[in-house]
Design a binder for this molecule. Structure first.
Ligand code: ATP
Length: 920
């Protein structure tokens, strides 16, 4: 089928049928044409159609060509400097130098290319993990499948926060509004209705169609898929939805700028030295030029950008392994600095495996026996039939979940709380499916967190209409006038009794739901019909805290991170669960209503102290994020901390479409992979695949590790360049022979430094890392202590290089031998220095320090192999002008390394004692 552009998807499974715009067809007509039964396609039929129609995905945007990618690698300052060195050295007749530098250029470009490819692979794997899903009816019941598997004829259900997965002809809408800006540019949400249109309007006016890529802002809907993949409207203007996120972060950008600045400085000073040297010294130009090339090569940290992006890529991978998928790269840095985590309760801190454990009906309280979702169980004491039947009807009919018993285990589809109500019906010896068949649904008001209830209108075969309501007890009770009574049928509502009962259930940590009903004459349902209800009773649902969340909360507290619970649940329930989780100050609860009464300043004053927020709506989350970010540190008043500059760094979880503003405003917005809507995922920087708070804390830990490793990478690489370039400058200005040649410096920078630095990306978290407070929001990566360390180690390297060279000269009288000793000394100093970088000052000389990670021993083996080639392979000796070192030379080189280690340890130890004595 080939729909005409700009009109409407047409419906014709078979090309012989005249193609009619879907918006003009009735739903029955569309179902007939697409052979789409109302209870959904069978899985087998869907699989056949998928084969015929192809996947419901947009064609991938073509990546950059190999040449373009190669050019991107070559067109950086370092490579251009090296390329000019290749040309000039060749012109000066230093063919060997020219060839080696050329080899370096090529290998640098290839390494960059491979590494970029790897990073892209990692990111596309992540995109795959976040592939959107869709709710469909297949094989007679609703299920979630990958959106790519949708076919024409599928029946799709839409909920707030969903991205519409294909072009859909709507057949049922309940206050359904879609944001169609992606297609029409119209930013206001558009209301939808199912009636067929008489003419084909512009896309924005096709009120009975939901187009692929648009967003459900409000309400629910159901419809039939009429076009998928590139046949959908968005498919025609494809390319729009290609979301890409590069492996770039503020820190990397900062380091890029820093590296470029250093390169410019080095090149400028090289040129100055060349001019001065030519004018002042009597060195031949060719030698001087080669020396300046050496200086340039020595000063530029060639391997640093690669090491930093590898560290980030390793971090992204380990976070994904711990169920946290990073959608926006900067988050990987920010998450390590988080000082407050605001978390949802249900499903994140608790298991979201609900079970009705108690109920109050009439004036009777009963406990419910049973295990999880197992269907058997019952009440501790029987309940009168006149009470039990309405209770079962409300629980079964005002409910969208379904149960599937499979070999003794029960699988649930839909909301776990509604599934628990269906289980309750079974335990009361009822059958929810039969009840639903006996009382078909005519209309409904879907659950909305704003009014916290859900209502359905059902009629029986005698034509009686009955309205059923379930929801938060405050929301339902205020609409009730009477209550069910086992003998009288109906009596006046006993407000106090129910308030006490709510308190009793909630303070036990149970989620409380009220059930109510009313006879109704019409066949449609409006919010205004929900008054003068008759209360049937209350049910208390247990949703125990996740045991791993209890441990994770304790870990957060130890790491100076405050945890705040923000829930739509009742204050007492929230407080009881918070206490079980070990949240600080769990008894103090701020409700959404109280929050509304506070102005911004008052909220800022109490947001640090209060850790439990109940009966909140998504708008409250936004205010809380802003208050935390602009107040002190957002921690409780138990003296844990002082004020932190720039407010708290806030991680906020969310799942609904209305959570999107808070997720965007938070420093790290975290969406739930399971129960989260597509809108929430798109607004967030990180997606938790298992919705689990413990995974969030694991991600914070990974974030801290990544930051630590980035710092280690910088602390390791910079002094090597510093030591080399200071050595060459000293030699040039002093009129000393260069202790290490340009090619030898390239060897050290490109081989030994990179091999060793690579291991830092895989370093595990330092012991005690999660006992440290979070770093300040604006901490500089190249902090003053780090800059001091770089200078200090550069000077140590300078001394080592010259000492080794002079020893070599005295020992053999050969410059080639002396510079070989100097290179070996430099490599040994790097190796020993690496161990001091891995651990805090003063702790490198420990069994743990020397044991290291497996990857470090692989790197050391590779380093020894490469250095042996440098020392003893004739080809390398000719290329790098090296000479086989003897045993004393190797011992001197190793001695330089050991000396660096000892000096740095001693300094660390003295500094540690000084700080202890001066309370610094
Ligand atoms: P969170 O996940 O943020 O911790 P929550 O899941 O408890 O919070 P909401 O989903 O906003 O918060 O629910 C708020 C209240 O609305 C619940 O405590 C419950 O009383 C009621 N409620 C929740 N889901 C439904 C539903 N499907 N039908 C009727 N009432 C519901």
């Amino acid at each position: 089928m080939t729909p005409c552009a700009g009109t409407s998807p047409t419906v014709a499974v078979d090309n012989a049928l005249p193609a009619t715009p879907a918006c003009q067809c009735s739903v029955a007509d569309i179902r007939a044409r697409l052979q789409a039964p109302t209870d959904g396609l069978s899985s087998a039929e869907a699989a056949t159609r998928l084969q015929q129609q192809g996947s419901n995905s947009l064609p991938q945007a073509r990546g950059r060509s190999l040449w373009r990618r190669l050019w991107a690698q070559i067109s950086n300052l370092l490579i251009l400097v090296l390329l000019s060195a290749v040309v000039i050295t060749a012109l000066l007749g230093h063919t060997l130098d020219s060839l080696v530098i050329l080899a370096v250029v090529i290998s640098q470009a290839l390494i960059g290319l491979v590494q970029e490819g790897r990073a892209e692979q990692a990111l596309s794997a992540i995109r795959h993990m976040l592939a959107p899903t869709a709710s469909v009816i297949r094989d007679g019941h609703s299920q979630r499948i990958a959106a790519a598997e949708l076919v024409a004829g599928d029946t799709v259900l839409l909920e707030p926060g969903d991205r519409v997965p294909a072009d859909i002809r709507l057949e049922r809408c309940h206050s359904l509004s879609l944001d169609e800006a992606i297609l029409t540019g119209e930013s206001l949400a558009v209301e939808k209705q199912p009636e067929a249109l008489t003419s084909t309007n512009a896309l924005g006016d096709q009120s009975n169609m939901a187009f692929s890529g648009t967003l459900v802002v409000r309400g629910t809907g159901r419809g039939v898929v009429v076009a998928t993949g590139s046949r959908s409207e968005i498919g025609r203007i494809s390319g729009l939805l290609q979301q890409t996120t590069g492996l770039q972060t503020p820190l990397l950008a900062q380091m890029d700028r820093f590296a470029r600045l250093m390169a410019t400085l080095v090149v400028v000073s090289g040129l100055l030295i060349l001019l001065l040297g030519y004018w002042l010294s009597d060195l031949p130009f060719a030698d001087l030029f080669i020396a300046v090339v050496g200086l340039t090569v020595a000063g530029i940290p060639e391997g640093l950008p690669a090491i930093l992006s590898i560290t980030l890529a390793v971090g992204v991978r380990s976070m994904a392994r711990r169920q946290a998928v990073v959608r926006r790269m900067p988050a990987i840095e920010t998450i390590g600095a988080v000082s407050v985590i605001c978390s949802d309760k249900t499903g994140t801190l608790t298991r979201n495996e609900m079970m009705v454990s108690a109920l109050a009906c009439g004036a009777h309280y009963r406990q419910v026996r049973g295990d999880g979702y197992a269907l058997d169980g019952g009440l501790n004491e029987p309940l009168a039939e006149t009470l039990q039947t309405p209770l079962m009807l409300a629980a079964a009919l005002c409910n969208d979940a379904s149960l599937q018993a499979d070999n003794g285990t029960v699988k649930i589809h839909g909301d776990p709380m509604e599934a628990a109500l269906q289980v309750l019906v079974h335990r009361l010896d009822g059958d929810p499916v039969r009840l639903a068949q006996h009382w078909p649904r005519t209309d409904e008001i879907p659950f909305d967190a704003e009014y916290r209830l859900m209502a359905t209108l059902n009629h029986d075969h005698q034509g009686r209409h009955q309205l059923w309501v379930k929801g938060a007890p405050e929301a339902v009770l205020q609409r009730c006038r009477s209550q069910l009574d086992e003998t009288e049928g109906s009596v006046t509502l006993a407000q106090d009794y129910w308030s006490d009962m709510i308190e009793r259930l909630a303070s036990d940590g149970q989620r409380v739901l009220a059930l109510a009903c009313k006879e109704h004459s019409g066949s449609e349902l409006e919010m205004t019909d929900l008054n003068d209800l008759q209360l049937i009773g209350l049910v208390g649902l247990m949703d125990p805290p996740r045991s791993e969340a209890i441990a994770a909360v304790a870990e957060c507290h130890a790491a100076g991170i405050e945890v705040k619970m923000i829930t739509g649940d009742h204050g007492l329930t929230a407080s009881a669960i918070a206490a079980r989780l070990g949240l600080h100050n769990s008894a103090e609860v701020l409700t959404g209503k109280q929050l509304d009464e506070l102005d911004d300043q008052a909220l800022q004053d109490c947001v640090g102290r209060v850790n439990v927020y109940a009966r909140t709506s998504p708008e409250h989350k936004l205010r809380l994020v802003q208050a935390l970010q602009s107040c002190g540190d957002g921690r409780n008043g138990d003296g844990l901390s002082g004020k932190r500059q720039g407010g708290a760094v806030v991680a906020m979880t969310g799942d609904g479409v209305n959570d999107a503003p808070a997720l965007k405003a938070a420093d790290v917005g975290i969406a739930m992979g399971h129960k989260g809507s597509q809108a929430a995922r798109e607004a967030s920087a990180v997606v938790l695949l298992d919705d689990n708070f413990a995974s969030l804390v694991a991600a914070v830990k990974e974030g801290r590790t990544v930051y630590q490793n980035l710092k280690k990478g910088i602390a390791f690489m910079l002094p090597i360049n510093g030591g080399e370039s200071i050595s060459l400058m000293v030699a040039l200005l002093w009129g000393h022979t260069l202790p290490i040649s340009a090619l030898q410096i390239l060897w050290v920078n490109m081989i030994s430094s990179v091999i060793l630095a690579m291991t830092l990306a895989f370093e595990p978290a330092l012991p005690g890392m999660m006992q440290q407070p979070p770093r300040a929001r604006n901490e500089a990566l190249l902090s003053r202590p780090l800059a001091w360390k770089v200078l200090q180690v550069s000077l140590l390297f300078l001394v080592g290089i010259f000492a080794a060279w002079h020893w070599g000269m005295a020992h053999s009288g050969s410059e080639a031998f002396a510079s070989t000793v100097a290179v070996n000394a430099l490599v040994a100093m790097e190796l020993f220095y690496l161990f001091t970088v891995r651990y805090p000052p003063g702790q490198a000389i420990s069994w743990q320090g020397f044991k290291g990670t497996p990857v470090i021993w692989v790197a050391i083996a590779a380093l020894i192999l490469m250095q042996s080639l440098f020392n003893w392979l004739p080809l390398f000796q000719r290329t790098f002008n090296s000479m086989a070192p003897d045993l004393p030379a190797l011992m001197v080189a190793t001695g330089c390394g050991v000396a660096v280690l000892l000096i740095l340890q001693l300094e660390g130890w003295i500094r540690g004692r000084w700080c202890n004595n001066h309370g610094d």
